[in-house]
Design a protein around this ligand. Structure first.
Ligand SMILES: [Zn+2]
Ligand SMILES: [Zn+2]
Length: 227
């Protein structure tokens, strides 16, 4: 017998949630193509921010909003920590992701090694591993690294933030070029996207090394505009 992660009533094994709670997950109906920001007008393809400054990401899909009750589950996954929750998240997301153009390679957004040691796992790495297995897409865990910490950057200007982010990550270019067949289309996997600055930085890095298309698959999007 399985029990719902949220209300502890009997659950369907396939989702780890009872039907009522699964129906209450904050699915996003329509969103910006390049940053996953929810959009009210279904005729719009890009949010205002992306219209002004198009990110290096070609398509960002984050099917759920970072809102109650999902935010509680994501916090529990990171803080307790409960890596088994990643398996549930992956089960919910495999269907929408499998309907997307399938990439040659999945790359998890890296964590700083100190942070990874503290948590015991990289949630993006675990998601990528499980999605890769479910959708039969290769995954590489060390092509992207984060050798430098990026702390709270709220007081910095947009340019300073971008410069810091670009310095925080490292791409193993030789490793990428040696992969056979050479990946043309890569999907970056992350748990939560906020502004999309990190994934855009990583997408730019990959494109400089000849990758043609970079998409993002994330579990959730923190909406920048509420309502
Ligand atoms: Zn429930
Ligand atoms: Zn956008």
């Amino acid at each position: 017998m399985f029990h719902c992660l949220l209300c502890h009533q009997p659950a369907r094994a396939a989702t780890d949630l009872c039907p009522a709670c699964f129906g209450e997950l904050p699915w996003i109906a329509h969103a910006c193509r390049t940053c996953a920001e929810p959009l009210a007008d279904t005729r719009e393809e890009l949010c205002r921010r992306c219209q002004q400054d198009l990110p290096a990401v070609d398509h960002c899909l984050a099917p759920l909003a970072y809102r109650f009750p999902l935010d509680q589950l994501i916090l529990a996954m990171k803080q307790q920590p409960r890596p088994e929750l990643v398996t549930s998240f992956t089960r919910w997301l495999a269907p929408p992701f499998s309907a997307q153009p399938q990439p040659d390679l999945l790359l998890p957004v890296p964590l700083h090694p100190a942070k990874q040691r503290q948590r015991g796992f990289n949630q993006a790495g675990l998601m990528a591993q499980q999605l890769g297995r479910a959708l039969r897409i290769p995954v590489h865990h060390t092509l992207l690294e984060k050798p430098r910490m990026t702390d709270e950057q709220k007081t910095l200007s947009r340019e300073q933030r971008q410069r810091n982010l670009a310095r925080a990550f490292k791409l193993d270019r030789v490793g990428l070029i040696r992969l056979q067949p050479r990946p043309r289309h890569i999907v970056l996997v992350d748990d939560v996207v906020t502004t999309g600055a990190t994934t855009s930085t990583l997408a730019a890095l990959l494109k400089k090394s000849g990758v043609r298309r970079v998409d993002v698959w994330a579990l959730a999007k923190t909406p920048l505009h509420t309502g």
